[in-house]
Design a protein around this ligand. Structure first.
Ligand code: HEC
Length: 126
């Protein structure tokens, strides 16, 4: 039965391609949990609002922590100034001064200002 012979390699090929598909899925799962995948999801400057000083702020501030800790703040320029001083004095951040410091502070103050208070509730006794 010469005719049935090609059937076997065909089925084997199908099986092999199924196995290959399964191993791609496995690879993807393994990769998702690997440190390599983690490196790929690291932040880039565009997580911060656009504006002058964004890149300087990003690269200056994310050597030690992510941007979430910054983005969740709302402060005046003075408080940002104190925060920057704290990063240097307490945590060993490079001491920025001059134009670069001003650029970063302007950026932080413009994009992460103190949050507005909720409007007064007119239904409460004044
Ligand atoms: C040399 C490391 C380092 C650098 C660079 C750095 N920080 Fe920090 N920062 C820390 C550490 C350490 C903490 C406190 C621990 C934590 O909560 O992760 C912190 C906490 C903070 C906090 C939380 C509130 C507070 O005062 O603890 C803010 C806001 C902050 N950093 C802003 C900044 C900004 C803005 C920059 C860039 C101008 C910056 N950091 C750069 C190390 C650093």
């Amino acid at each position: 039965m010469m005719r049935s012979i090609p059937v076997v390699p065909a089925r084997m090929a199908a099986q092999q391609s199924r196995m290959r598909r399964v191993s791609y899925v496995l690879l993807a799962v393994v990769f998702a949990f690997s440190p390599l995948a983690k490196a790929q999801t690291e932040e880039t400057p565009d997580v911060l609002p656009e504006g002058p000083g964004r890149d300087e702020t990003f690269y200056g501030c994310t050597a030690c922590h992510g941007t979430a800790i910054i983005r969740q703040q709302g402060m005046t320029r003075e408080r940002w100034d104190e925060t920057m001083r704290g990063m240097t004095e307490k945590h060993g951040m490079a001491a920025y001064d001059g134009e670069l410091r001003a650029l970063i502070l302007d950026y932080l103050a413009a994009n992460f200002p103190p949050r507005r208070r909720a409007p007064d509730n007119p239904f409460l006794p004044q």
